[in-house]
Design a protein around this ligand. Structure first.
Ligand code: UD1
Length: 422
């Protein structure tokens, strides 16, 4: 297993190119199941989760072909030969559940393994299933699999989500494109990745309005066709590198980043003393004053994103004064806390809140990555710490971050990837 070795204390400056968004790309690939024609996606990030989604689509019979050596342009299309999403893939990546809506809409039946628990909480899929049932699907759970069928096709309906779930909104949105009549998704999630998906679906011939709002209206069509779409930039990768600039007192241009995708995080950066501003070509982030403690609560977009919580906590661990971070989206998403404390942070967790008492210095230590975003919080702490930090289990990072060591080294970090040992 690979690990990263980081020697902290460098002030980061320069440019980082932001990759395409993992959380948009995965759903856009699943949207390829909705038509036999070719969907061409560009700006595809080179990360493990995208490769896993390609593997899943291929075993459904779909061709997924890189259009050039970079692998950043994928052509997706073909006939569905298997309606089953098997446990061995779904258990590795929860976003696999996003094939359920498209398979059911196009093939009128689907068998998808239940994702099961994961490191950041139980994460059920009840809202996905109830929404599809409202659209006329028959659903049963057998032997760990969701069996879904709609022999006469799905029927549009008004669906009120009890919580603005990202995944449920996306599954129902994709299913509704081929349903008969009108579907309304009320209390839909408003994450930018959902608008990116809806924009692509409209290019494929879908009729979706209300993009970016909590009410999506979808008028079903008989068939979708091929299209070309460039995946939006990854706002979480962008925010993560903004924290890298913040924690090191750096000055970094995040090329391709879009400030509007930061939502409430803009205010949180500013309150803690990190300047973020739109600049030609992207977002400029710099800090030339001490970090100050702030209080943060994670919320659905445009609130502060849960996927930035761990990275922000690393930054606040060396801020002046105390901070409180309350996690409202996922249970058990503070697994980075004991590792940050091993590096000298002073963080206490009480139920869904973490109290961070800023310390003047962190010290390098061997630490272990636990999930995708938590892993990066340890790298950030390592960038600011005195001495050497070794982050093991970096396969978590490879799932969602492209070339972490190269991107950070290019702006002055002392980081190396050691391959092969444990
Ligand atoms: C997506 C993102 C993830 C991000 C999250 C919240 C992808 C691949 N993943 O995950 O990175 O952290 O949005 O912004 O895009 N829930 C239910 N029942 C359901 C569905 C969800 O109880 O049917 C709960 C979940 O357990 C969780 C909360 O709702 O506590 C939010 O989940 P959701 O918004 O669906 O997140 P994901 O789509 O899984």
């Amino acid at each position: 297993m690979d690990r990263f070795i980081i020697r902290g204390g460098q002030r980061l400056s320069g440019e980082i190119h932001i990759s395409g968004a993992k959380n948009a790309g995965l759903k856009l690939m699943a949207a390829g199941l909705l038509t036999s024609e070719r969907l061409i996606l560009s700006n595809v990030p080179q990360i493990a989760d995208i490769r896993l989604m390609a593997q899943l689509l291929r075993q459904h019979g779909i061709d997924v072909t890189a259009q050039d050596d970079s692998g950043r342009v994928l052509a997706i299309g073909g006939e569905v030969t298997s309606i089953e999403a098997p446990y061995d893939i779904v258990s590795k990546m929860r976003a696999s559940i996003l094939v359920l809506g498209p398979l059911l809409a196009r093939m009128r039946k689907a068998r998808v393994s239940l994702p099961g628990g994961c490191a950041i909480g139980t994460r059920p899929v009840d809202m996905h299933l109830r929404g599809l049932e409202a659209m006329g699907a028959k659903i049963s759970l057998e032997n760990g699999y969701i069996h879904a069928s709609a022999p006469k096709g799905l029927q549009g309906d008004k669906i009120v989500l009890p919580f603005a779930s990202v995944g449920a909104t996306e599954n129902l949105l994709m299913a509704a494109t081929l349903a008969k009549g009108r579907t309304e998704i009320i209390n839909a999630a408003r994450e930018p990745e959902i608008s990116d998906l809806a924009t692509c679906l409209n290019r494929m011939g879908a009729r979706i309005t209300g993009l970016g709002t909590g009410s999506l209206i979808i008028d079903g069509v008989d068939a979708l066709h091929g299209a070309e779409h460039a995946i939006m930039p990854d706002r979480i990768e962008c925010g993560t590198y903004a924290c890298a600039a913040g924690i090191t007192g750096g000055d970094v241009l995040l090329v391709g980043g879009q400030l509007q995708d930061f939502g409430a995080a803009i205010q949180s950066f500013e309150e803690c003393g990190v300047e973020v501003s739109a600049a030609p070509g992207g977002i400029r982030v710099r800090r030339d004053q001490p970090l100050r403690g702030v209080d943060i609560m994670t919320e659905p977009f445009p609130g502060f994103p849960t996927d930035m919580q761990a990275q922000f906590m690393a930054m606040l661990s060396i801020a002046e004064g105390a901070s409180m971070i309350t996690e409202t989206i996922f249970e058990n998403r503070f697994m980075h806390v004991p590792e940050l404390n091993r590096m000298g942070a002073h963080i206490n967790v009480h139920k869904s809140s973490a109290i961070i008492r800023g310390v003047s210095r962190l010290s390098g230590a061997p630490v272990m990555a636990t999930d995708l975003r938590a892993s990066f919080s340890l790298i950030l702490a390592g960038l600011a710490a005195e001495g050497e930090t070794s982050v093991s289990r970096v396969y978590h990072l490879d799932r969602g971050y492209e070339k972490v060591d190269e991107k950070l080294a290019a702006i002055g970090a002392d980081i190396a990837r050691i391959t092969g040992d444990s």
